[in-house]
Design a protein around this ligand. Sequence first.
Ligand code: URA
Length: 282
Amino acid sequence: MTLLLDNRQRAMLAEMGVRTDFLPATPLDVPAAVEPAEVAPMKVQKVETRPEAATPQAPSIALAQPLAGLASTAVSELGWEALEQSVRACQACGLCKTRKNTVFGVGAPAAGPGLAPHADWLIVGEAPGENEDLQGEPFVGQAGRLLDNMLKAMGLSRRAQGAPQDSVYILNVLKCRPPGNRNPQPEELLQCAPFLERQVALLQPKIIVAMGRFAVQSLLKDSVPQVESIPLGKLRGQIYNYRGIPVVVTYHPAYLLRSLAEKAKAWADLCLALGRARRPQD
Ligand code: URA
């Protein structure tokens, strides 16, 4: 499989620390979809934390007990618009007291009145930060700029209006900002989980890219035993499955801003995702 790189994409890749100058002005090879068995074991990488995170230990989602919040059965039946309203009105955890805005998601426009967007790519981040809380849109700060550049390097955009294969939808596991950008707490992740589940069910993307450990834990907790205790670097390089949709694991853009050496690995993860997304339907 090949990826045609134009000058802009080359510039984006350069910003990500990926050299393309030695390549001819012709296609760059993208690895074909890699099945788990073909993936060489990876070295353990440092696990990223949210920039301001002080908690040394990743909270385990599995430890959380469901609170008497939203009934997930109700959420699982909502349409896209009702779901968005339900997020806006949500008071299932304490984050509703400090948020300025809920952050539902952004990307491809609705496929029709009341319908979910039609996008092949779903990017799942962790939680809104200060800028996202103010603007009500995910990934609008520095990490968001890097994410947009990563998407551009793949020929994708959150603003794409056209074909689903170029379109992206971006959302977070948590819809409200944890104060001071602290790590999401287990009970907050648990209360928000039905929203993520319903968004994915309605969007039906071709591929999900899980960015950072909270996104990874949320999406893989039912399919990877003890996922919360596995370093993200060890989870990379395989294609997982969330409710029938392939999932690729990668580093969070905020972590990449602080760990430049890992940008090339993130690009490898995106190439894995590209290969899987472009594979003919099974
Ligand atoms: N980090 C995230 O995970 N999501 C955002 O929306 C912003 C920063």
